[in-house]
Write a protein that binds this ligand. Structure first.
Ligand SMILES: Cc1ncc(COP(=O)(O)O)c(C=O)c1O
Length: 436
């Protein structure tokens, strides 16, 4: 059978790739992928010789930037060992990865245990399974504004619009529509649990600092309130820290802003900083003890893969030894001011919001009262960002600023200047025609 034709405009390796490999979350003809050939620090290089700012940390995961020497060496060593393992194999990096993870996890998880998988979605799937196994209850309360992964299960427990194509998803999900900017707390979480029947609710699955769905930062004390409500009804609190973990918000984990320990914390992305696939479930001592006798019906072939474990050890060591969590907080304070200044001069910037090195810029067509930036405008902006070699995530009328934690003050500043130029060029041009 003939291979499908390459999407228009692609040449060379990109054209070859498009005949054989799918691009994610897009009609294939609309994708315009970059051929990355190298990287150093907060920059990467493409095959045409251009040097790009990585203002999106690849997929929000390259927290240690590109070409990190410690990460490279750890993976070379692990690859040279060429160790093949099965899920319950014993080896030093596996023990060390779990020890380090438990050391940096919120204090209440210190006596717990770690389950090692390959992605954020898998971590959340396994967390939900554990909560069901431990409580004997089925229902999962999830927040409308959240994303927990692309598996059918995790799409079912999120209000992300991308779930619509697959509905109906798993049953036993209770959606709680939380607008904490308005309510300064977890809104009607308690009523949602009461309506569901508290004895049937296993867990609240929460992306506390919403990432890809628009960067919404909860008010101080929010996690404490969630913890209290969960405790009142014997419901487990699962904190999804896949995107917000490992310094992204200026703390090891977003729950640390409130000093709260969930029952289960899930992580991925920054866990291996993108150098190997990796995800983890960190479960409390109480959950760990439950499975001393009960069967843990969770597993995968590449459980605790040696390359994953080596990457986890090297990444946590780098965050710690290089003081990167404090650094993210400091850079984030500066970024807050710089983004405010960026917005002051540009009436089409409706809002900048975030913390640490996780920010969203919300755009509208003109000054106050004008509609959100149109798809045509956002397409023009994407072109202008590309021209200036700025890799940034975009969604609807939002662009995201999420550079690696190792970025220098000067490079952050230079990237923001390039971003300002791209915005100015986009809004100086006559209104673009809608894309066809
Ligand atoms: C908060 C959150 N949870 C879970 C996931 C899913 O992670 P993965 O893509 O590694 O499955 C993501 C991915 O972006 C995420 O942002």
């Amino acid at each position: 059978m003939n291979a499908p034709g390459p999407p228009t405009g692609r040449t060379g390796l990109a054209a070859q790739q498009s005949q054989r490999v799918f691009d994610t979350w897009t009609a294939q003809k609309d994708a315009s992928p970059l051929e990355i050939v190298a990287g150093q620090g907060a920059f990467f290089q493409t095959a045409d010789g251009a040097r790009w700012f990585d203002f999106g940390s690849m997929t929000w995961n390259a927290n240690l930037g590109h070409g990190h020497p410690g990460m490279r060496q750890a993976l070379v060593n692990a690859a040279e060992r060429g160790l093949l393992t099965y899920p319950s194999s014993v080896f030093p990096d596996k023990v060390r990865a779990a020890e380090l993870l438990l050391e940096v996890a919120p204090r209440g998880l210190a006596g717990g245990k770690v389950f090692l998988c390959l992605s954020g979605a898998e971590a959340n799937e396994n967390a939900v399974k554990m909560a069901r196994l431990v409580t004997g209850r089925r229902k999962i309360v999830y927040r409308s504004r959240s994303y927990h992964g692309a598996t059918l299960g995790m799409l079912s427990y999120s209000g992300d619009p991308r779930r619509k194509a697959f509905d109906p998803g798993l049953s036993d999900g209770i959606c709680w529509d939380d607008r904490y900017e308005a309510t300064a707390g977890p809104g009607d979480l308690e009523s949602a649990i009461q309506a569901a029947g508290p004895d049937s609710v296993a867990a609240v699955l929460l992306e506390g600092v919403v990432g890809a769905n628009g960067v919404f930062v909860p008010p101080t004390g929010y996690y404490r309130q969630i913890r209290q409500v969960c405790d009142r009804y014997g419901v487990m609190f699962i904190a999804d820290e896949v995107l917000s973990g490992f310094g992204r918000t200026g703390r090891w984990f977003a729950v640390d802003h409130d000093g709260v320990s969930p029952d289960i914390l899930t992580c991925a992305k920054g866990l291996t900083a993108g150098y190997a696939p990796g995800g983890a479930v960190v479960a409390s001592g109480r959950i760990a003890r439950h499975f001393d006798d009960a069967v843990l019906s969770c597993g995968l072939t590449a459980y605790a893969h040696p390359l994953t474990c080596a990457a986890i050890v090297a990444a946590i060591t780098a965050y710690r030894d290089e003081g990167l969590i404090r650094r993210a907080a400091r850079l984030g304070d500066g970024l807050r001011v710089q983004l405010r200044l960026l917005g002051q001069k540009r009436p089409y910037i409706q809002e900048t919001r975030g913390l640490g090195l996780l920010w969203a810029i919300e755009l509208r067509e003109g000054g106050s009262g004008t509609p959100p930036a149109t798809p045509a405008r956002m397409k023009a902006l994407a072109g202008n960002l590309r021209q200036r070699h700025l890799h940034m995530h975009k969604r609807d009328n939002l662009i995201f600023v999420a550079p690696p934690l190792i970025i220098s003050d000067e490079d952050l500043q230079a990237g923001l200047v390039a971003l300002g130029d791209a915005l100015d060029a986009t809004w100086a041009a006559p209104p673009a025609r809608p894309p066809r």
